[in-house]
Design a binder for this molecule. Structure first.
Ligand code: HEC
Length: 141
């Protein structure tokens, strides 16, 4: 039996550390394993509606636990966005920017061509550079 006990952790797709991880491990594996979860990306709103749908028949999961799960998933599996092809609305949602900042990125792109790195995005005067640093792992070029 020792071999089996050693194998189980290897088979389960491991989740990144963070507050809410244990809740996901316990609550979200009742019907399927975590492979289904780690394969997905989403904005906070998208994770919110997925969690709502998944837990429809689990009324015993409290609201604060649901909120923690959504925050964990939105942070661990955020939506990626290609800043050279996405619309302002998509950029706004995926990078948590204001509508004005997202529109400025699209206008800059139309005037100056493609972005290649976060440094290029920082040239857009209307955009807060600190916000870009916080989400740079989600940006594709
Ligand atoms: C009551 C059973 C049940 C629980 C609990 C459950 N799921 Fe699911 N989940 C399913 C079923 C059934 C599917 C496949 C059907 C589908 O794709 O809609 C699925 C599919 C998924 C998918 C893939 C859907 C897609 O868009 O392709 C994701 C992501 C997911 N679940 C996340 C979660 C998360 C996060 C939790 C915990 C909050 C959770 N699930 C808890 C039953 C469950």
């Amino acid at each position: 039996m020792l071999e089996l006990a050693l194998l189980i952790p290897l088979l389960a797709q491991s989740l990144p550390e963070g507050p809410g991880k244990e809740l996901v491990e316990v609550i979200c594996t009742a019907c399927h394993d975590t492979n289904r979860i780690v394969a997905k990306q989403g904005t906070k709103a998208e994770w919110q509606s997925r969690v709502l749908e998944m837990l429809q028949e689990c009324p015993d999961v409290a609201q604060d636990e649901r909120d923690k799960i959504v925050n964990y998933l939105a942070k661990s599996f955020p939506k990626h966005v290609n800043v050279n092809t996405a619309s302002a609305k998509e950029i706004e949602a995926a990078l948590e920017l204001s509508a004005k900042e997202a529109e400025a990125i699209v206008t800059f792109r139309q005037d100056n061509g493609k972005f290649h790195a976060v440094q290029d995005l920082k040239k857009v005067a209307a955009v807060d550079s600190a916000k870009l640093d916080a989400v740079k792992d989600r940006i594709e070029y």
